[in-house]
Design a binder for this molecule. Structure first.
Ligand code: CP
Ligand code: NVA
Length: 298
């Protein structure tokens, strides 16, 4: 059982609870923990598309003995003018938990405010904490104990990067963040990271960031909803691509939350190569979220 009702970002749980969720996830993955949540229902509300989040939550609920249902705004009255707050109250009466993928983080907080059932953030413009759970599980499996790991985030200071910054601060991972100056992580995220344990080293130089890194993480430069910024962002991110040139001279592993745009933020050979952890990372969404759900609902 977690102290928090909702999981709106990774720092809704404490560092020790984070460790517990990851351990639970590993035990579920290995088969040592066979917890079932028979007949539990997860309502999943998606404003944006998804492959991993949708399928891993749905599969995870089935494997736990429960059920998940997919709701797009147009499938329900939300898309026809029913307020978010009413939707949240009603879904919270039927479901054991609600997973939401939305544009505006404030909308997620509004749903959490009105739902009696736990609300899980499946990505907003600001945060992607379920991804961070899977990322940390992957680092623990493939890179090492958190206090011995140096990580680098290279690219956009986006939703995935922001939750990763907080997760690293909570886990005690030494992190360097390299972004173009105008695309850094938000100041309030850096302030929260400081309160949680440590701020990352901030640079605009990708070479500096990867030099001592055990693992280098990137994500798309143009996130969902930013398609109109494509031209200026492609120019700003020149030099930030994860390619063998940048990584030569390091033994760094490579992570990417997917979907990837080969030839933009990462080359196909790096994504497919020996450094890549991305497929295990994607699989770990399933295990990490099962760990989260049992800890939230049990
Ligand atoms: N990484 C991730 O959240 O992928 P989807 O957008 O496919 O869910
Ligand atoms: N930053 C990306 C992550 C996709 C999983 C986006 O928001 O589109």
């Amino acid at each position: 059982m977690l102290e928090t009702t909702h999981f709106t970002d990774i720092d809704d749980i404490s560092a020790s609870e984070l460790d517990r969720v990851l351990t639970r996830a590993a035990d579920i993955k290995s088969g040592d923990d066979e917890t079932q949540l028979t007949r539990a229902t997860l309502a999943m509300l998606f404003e944006k598309p998804s492959t991993r989040t949708r399928v891993s939550f749905e599969t995870g609920m089935t494997e736990l003995g429960g059920h998940a249902l997919f709701l797009g705004p147009e499938d329900i009255q939300l898309g026809h003018g029913e307020p978010l707050s009413d939707t949240a109250r009603v879904l919270g009466r039927y479901g054991d938990a609600i997973m939401v993928r939305l544009f505006d983080h404030e909308d997620l907080l509004e749903i959490a405010e009105h739902s009696d059932a736990p609300v899980i953030n499946g990505l907003t413009d600001d945060a992607h904490p379920c991804q961070t759970l899977a990322d940390l599980l992957t680092i623990r499996e493939h890179v090492g104990d958190f206090d011995e790991v140096s990580a680098a985030w290279v690219g956009d200071g986006n939703n995935v990067g922001q939750s990763f910054v907080l997760g690293c601060a909570m886990a005690g991972i030494d992190l360097t963040v390299a972004t173009p100056p105008e695309y850094g992580v938000d100041d309030d995220v850096l302030e929260k990271a400081a309160e949680l344990g440590s701020t990352p080293t901030i640079t605009t130089d990708p070479e500096e960031a990867v030099a001592d890194a055990d693992v280098v993480y990137t994500d798309v430069w143009i996130s969902m909803g930013q398609e109109d910024q494509r031209h200026e962002k492609l120019q700003a991110f020149e030099g930030f691509q994860l390619n063998e040139d940048l990584l030569s001279g390091t033994d760094a592993k490579v992570m990417h939350c997917l979907p990837a745009h080969r030839g933009e933020e990462i080359t196909g050979d790096v994504l497919e190569g020996e450094r890549s952890l991305v497929w295990d990372q994607a699989e770990n969404r399933l295990h990490a979220q099962k760990g989260l759900i049992v800890e939230l609902l049990e």
